[in-house]
Design a protein around this ligand. Sequence first.
Ligand code: FPP
Ligand code: MG
Length: 333
Amino acid sequence: MSWIREGELNLIERISANILKAGPMPKHVAFIMDGNRRFARKKQMERQEGHMQGFNKLAETLRWCKNLNIQEVTVYAFSIENFKRSQNEVDELMVLAKQKFEKLLEERENLEKHGVCIRVLGDLNMLPLDLQQLIAKAVVSTKTHNKCFLNVCFAYTSRYEITNAVREMAWGVEQGQIKASDVSEALLSECLYSNNSPNPDLLIRTSGVRLSDFLLWQTSHSSVFQSVLWQEYSFWNLCEAILQYQLNHTSIQKARDLHREHQAFVQLEADRACVAEHLQHHGNGKPADARRRQEALQHYTTCREERIHDFLEALQNRRDSYYNDLLSDAVVA
Ligand code: FPP
Ligand code: MG
C-alpha cells in the first residue's frame, strides 16, 4: 500500500465536503492513531497485520485530507513509550516503518507531483541506523516540496521534545549566541521539532481519551476524542471532528488571539526590564528621558531579534548536517 492514494471523493462525500468547506476549515490536523492492537484482536488477526492496516488507514485519511484542502497532517506513529513494548512488537514496528519509508522513496516522483513534504519529528538516534538513513533520504528528498506537509512523529513524546528544546536553548546560551534573557515562549516554540509548522488547528484521537504526551505544547486549543478504532476510522468520522472544530471555532480563535496578545505583552515587559537595567548601569546615575528610553528599547529589540535569527540559523544548520552526515554514511556503506 502506497502513501499517496489517488482518487476523488464519491458524490455524497463531495457534497458533504463542500458544505463543510463553506465554514472555517482546519489547515493542519494532528492524529493519535490508536486502537491497532484492539482491532487486530477483534478481527482475530496477527498484531502486525493490525499495525499494517493502521498504515493503510493513514494513507486513506491523507487522501480525505487532501480532498478537504487540509494542507498539513501530523501523526503519532511511534512514541518513545512504545519502546517499552515487547522486543518482538518493537521490532515489528521498526520493520513496518522501514518497509514504508522504502516504499516512500520508490514513490518520490508521485510525492513531487503532489508537492508532498515529509518531515519526521522525534529523536532519530533512538532508531536503528538503516531506518535513520531511510528517514534522512525521505526528508531531504522532499524538503523543497510545499503543497502539503506530512509530519510523522517517530520516537517522539512531547515532554522529550520540550526538554530537547530547552537543551538547545541552553546550548545557545553556552555558545554565547543568545542571552539567558532571550529565552521566551516564542523562542522555545522555534526550538521544537515542529518549528517549521504552524500549530495544529485540530487534534483528533481515536479510541482513547488521553493526549498520551503528544504535541502538548502545540495543541492547547482544540482536541476531539472519537471512540472508533483507528482502522475503522471513516470519512464521516473526520467530517464529524471538523464539524466540532467549526462549532468551537469562535472561542478557539478568541483564545488564540488572547494568547498572542499576552505573549507580545510579556515580551515587551521583558525587553523594557532589560533596557531599564542597562540604562541604570550606563546612565551615570541620571534617569533617562522618554525619548532615550524608546531609542534604547528599539535598539535592544533589533539586537535581540538578530541574535535569535543567527541562533536559529545555527540550530537549523546543525539539524541539516545531522541528515547530511546520515546520507553520506549511507553512500559509504
Ligand atoms: C497505536 O495502537 C498505534 C501504534 C503504536 C502504531 C501506529 C503506527 C501506524 C498506524 C503505522 C504508521 C507507520 C508509519 C511508518 C507512518 P496500539 O498499538 O496502541 O493499539 P491498542 O491501543 O489497541 O493497544
Ligand atoms: Mg494504544
